[in-house]
Design a protein around this ligand. Sequence first.
Ligand code: PLP
Length: 453
Amino acid sequence: MERLKVFLEESDMPRQWYNIQADLPTPMKPPLHPGTGQPIKAEDLAPVFPMNLIEQEVSAQRWIDIPEPVLEKYFLYRPTPLQRAVNFEKLLDAPVKIYYKYEGASPPGSHKPNTSIPQAYYNKAFGIKRLATETGAGQWGSALSMACQMFGLECRVYMVRVSFDQKPYRRLMMATWGAECIPSPSDRTQAGRKILAEFPDSPGSLGIAISEAIEDAVGDPDARYSLGSVLNHVLLHQTIIGLEAKKQMDKIGIYPDVVLGCAGGGSNFAGISLPYVCDKIHGKQVQVVAAEPSSCPTLTRGPFAYDFGDTAMTTPLLPMHTLGHDFVPEPIHAGGLRYHGMAPIVSHLVEQKLVEARAFDQIETFTAGINWARTEGVIPAPETNHVIAAVVNEAKKAREEGKEKTILFCFSGHGLVDLAAYDAFLSGKLIPYALPEEEIQRALKSIAGFPKP
Ligand SMILES: Cc1ncc(COP(=O)(O)O)c(C=O)c1O
């Protein structure tokens, strides 16, 4: 019988994160100061992030040591298993072997603690007392709440209103881990009040919640802001996923033909794929695919442009694929994929043709997720359903081409706290939705006149 699970000993868990900046054939464009149009300096970011994380953000060092206190917390759930999805393979009836890295094994149920733990650690080490953040689906908010509790920090989470209403259990997880969770837009910040004055029923968006959390953090010298995706240091921390997966695949003597992840801000996708993109840069044949929602098609339909990371235009201008900073996506159930922008690293790799992107409709993704649950057992998070839809698509291609393929993907989280979304799907309330072109053109007006990367 073929191996269904590959485990790593704790002693074999990687002790360093991988920084792709060291291997990029073409360097990335720098983030710009919106006032001067010049590349931002470390000190510009100091009111927002602690200096030890800013150093990681701009580092070009290939390997960065994981501090001992972070390793100790990682050991609560890492190394995560690499699993083979034989039952799903049978259902697909295609010449594919499907392996997945199960990040749902963490306490909050997703990949997010891979960065919330180091972020809480570095802030604590820098003398910070409180973190403010945003959350979409609530996965990030719960992961940061847990990590803050572990390192003795207070935590305040601005949660996108539509998810706050749809996902009461995530809020309760945050409360259990000792954090304060506020629906966004809120009346706590100027950014929130401005949106509420114009759109009292705003469902919120990650861009708005980010503005609120940044404003909150910079107004308190003992607080800093923490972001759950997009930034270089976040993607760096997530590389533990791909580094472990490589060791596990080495153990059984296989190498994937295709590596996939779903992409909201780009962190779990980058986590599984960057170590393979490194191989690809050095000549290895491997296809790397990011899966996103057709209702928020940042990589597949948004231009590569300089744009703000948030709606209130408080962040530096980031070179990224974007739908425009005032884009408010439809309230689809994959709250974690409702972001107007994309990690600059992932955007750059798409521009460099090292990474491909595909978009999937929510009906397609839930169909894939339900088929997964009925064959493999685990109920995936709605975000994860996007990568499963992409795997189905790869399997279909392999069948049509009559080619055998080994597929590796990041199973970013389980959906046990997202059952309301499954209820909506199973009772026929979800409808197919692709973003109309006029909507994209309207949203992109907000970046007309910005510098071009
Ligand atoms: C389970 C899960 N997968 C994926 C994502 C998307 O985020 P990212 O692209 O940063 O991995 C989220 C975000 O909340 C999530 O909760």
